[in-house]
Design a protein around this ligand. Sequence first.
Ligand SMILES: [Zn+2]
Length: 192
Amino acid sequence: MQPLIDNARTFGQRPEEFARLAEGQSPQVLFITCSDSRVVPALITGARPGELFELRTAGNIVPPYASEHPTSEAATIEYAVEVLGVKDIVVCGHSHCGAVGALVRGDDLTAVPAVRDWLTHAAPRPSGAVEDPTVAEGVQNHVLTQVLRLRSYPFIDKKLADGQLSLHAWYYEVHTGCVLTHDASSDAFRAL
Ligand SMILES: [Zn+2]
């Protein structure tokens, strides 16, 4: 913790770099990814403050849309699309994902009931090679499911129909730094 505190103490010594941020934000992209500490969206994309609106959840799960039971995740997505007017949404899964790995393997999550219950939102359970430590196949299947889930959000469906929004499925390798994207024409993940 101490190195983080030390850095935070000196971080604000560049006021000229941040002053314009007081005027507001107009990010073009909503970036949805896992809470995993090895995934650093700004580092991967080179985004500066104000450029990337982020939603991080365990296993980058997008919960089902249900207007009668609003979720923090749906609120964040709605704000990004309807208020900020983002033009693109990226769902970025990653290799070695603990959440997706647990789903693929069917791990017993009795000891972490909140995690267990949250992961039920990932239905259908992603399939993939159980013995693969990267869980690449499982994560990629899972990311595509989350993109489909986004399409079921009414305000996203409308923006897609109007051509005002694009969705992207990414897969990030924590051990190489490489990013793959889903290519719809070949239905495969390929290098960006
Ligand atoms: Zn993860």
